[in-house]
Design a protein around this ligand. Structure first.
Ligand code: ZN
Length: 186
């Protein structure tokens, strides 16, 4: 069932918040939990497998991901990642990526194929995990958002050239550093 109260507006390419270095989360309270609920709801509504807090205009080191989710299949099992640190990276994996903040643009991005990372959950409890291939790629994509890095920064020079005009068109709707795409949830 749709709940517009849980749907957060998405910041689009050109918005300054997408380029900021996000700050650490220090308070793990009910407000953070409520924000997490909205972040996950918005990710699923937008058919995403990951969504970082800066993408909804909140510059804190937090994201949600659910690499197994598809609208048709899998049940929802969102993982909330707070204050992540990537401890090690190995191998290489190149896959096509997209981003909720950069609509209708997809490109191949080189990533590490295996990463080991730590993060805190919504209770502030520390976890250490290793991911390989697709979940590792999703994690790196979301992690980059916390440092103001977008996947289009990491593509080949030729692809950058190809995307230049489309990106400029997206950024053209930015007003006073804010670029929110209206969303009509049918
Ligand atoms: Zn993204």
């Amino acid at each position: 069932m749709k709940n517009p109260d849980l749907l957060l507006p998405i910041r689009i390419y050109g918005d300054e918040v997408l380029r900021q270095k996000a700050v650490e989360v220090t308070v793990f309270d009910s407000e953070l939990r409520e924000f997490a609920r909205k972040l996950a709801y918005t990710m699923y509504e937008r058919d995403g497998v990951g969504l970082a807090a800066p993408q909804v205009g909140r510059s804190i080191r937090m994201f949600v991901f659910d690499h197994q989710w598809t609208r048709e299949g899998h049940s929802k099992s969102p993982v909330f990642v707070i204050n992540p640190v990537i401890e090690s990276m190995a191998g290489e994996s190149v896959g096509e990526e997209g981003c909720i903040s950069i609509p209708e643009i997809y490109a191949k991005v080189p990533r590490a194929s295996t990463i080991t990372y730590t993060y805190q959950d919504l209770d502030g409890v520390l976890h250490r995990e290793t991911a390989t291939d697709y979940p590792a790629i999703v994690f790196q994509h979301e992690f980059d958002h916390l440092d103001g890095i977008l996947f289009t920064d990491k593509v080949s020079d030729l692809t950058k050239l190809k995307l230049k005009r489309k990106l400029r068109e997206l950024a053209a709707t930015t007003v006073d550093g804010i670029n929110i795409r209206a969303y009509d949830p049918d």
